[in-house]
Design a protein around this ligand. Structure first.
Ligand SMILES: CC(C)(COP(=O)(O)OP(=O)(O)OC[C@H]1O[C@@H](n2cnc3c(N)ncnc32)[C@H](O)[C@@H]1OP(=O)(O)O)[C@@H](O)C(=O)NCCC(=O)NCCS
Length: 178
């Protein structure tokens, strides 16, 4: 569990389904995350996948809650990619030297414009470089996703090469300072 000034970051739980459903049904969010919104009945399976990533990698997405009222706002966290050929989902053990952790963020659009993504991502990055002990942390951002680039810039990340994601086309690799 990680606490910031306004937020609480913790591992996702199946009880997060109502909050996660808002995010996953939001076309303005899902446009950048594969394009498809998720119907309510499929939300528990998505949450189960998020939870299973923690078992596979010792890291994964955190649920982000507002401390003031416990409202579920979004998710930030670490996804592991396998960088051989087109980038695909991987694990630290299965992908070995080709494993690349990514810091990602997504919030339901009702919660945009309040600095929550930057505040949560900064805390998750500190955790990844500290407790998790990753050597290099990147964010993969669609060149057209201006809001996400602005989060990366606020975090002091810098854009580098463009790579091809197996399911989502070209993305710029943003490097995070330690
Ligand atoms: C990317 C995304 C998380 C950015 O959300 P965001 O709300 O714009 O980003 P932040 O939480 O950092 O908020 C920053 C904004 O809040 C404003 N803000 C208001 N109150 C603030 C406060 N107390 N502290 C900091 N910033 C504050 C800032 O001025 C800034 O506004 P601006 O962009 O108009 O200058 C959001 O657009 C999203 O979820 N998109 C869909 C999913 C996605 O694209 N994910 C990334 C895939 S690579």
């Amino acid at each position: 569990m990680i606490e910031t000034e306004r937020l609480l970051l913790r591992k996702p739980q199946l009880e997060d389904a109502d909050g996660a459903a808002e995010l996953l049904a939001d076309p303005k969010v899902m446009h950048w995350l594969g394009g498809q919104t998720v119907p309510r009945e499929d939300v528990p399976a998505v949450l189960a996948k998020w939870i299973s990533r923690w078992g596979d990698n010792g890291c994964g997405p955190f649920s982000v809650l507002r401390r003031e009222d416990g409202r579920w706002l979004g998710r930030v966290g670490i996804l592991v990619w396998d960088t051989r050929d087109a980038w695909t989902h991987g694990t630290f053990t299965g992908s070995g030297e080709f494993a690349q952790p990514e810091l990602g963020w997504a919030f339901a659009s009702e919660h945009w414009g309040q600095g929550y993504a930057t505040e949560a991502a900064r805390a998750a990055r500190e955790w990844a470089y500290g407790d998790l002990g990753v050597k290099r942390l990147v964010s993969l951002i669609d060149p057209a996703n201006v809001s996400s680039q602005r989060v990366a810039e606020r975090l002091g990340a810098t854009p580098g090469e463009t790579i091809e994601l197996f399911d989502n086309g070209p993305h710029v690799v943003w490097e995070h300072p330690r």
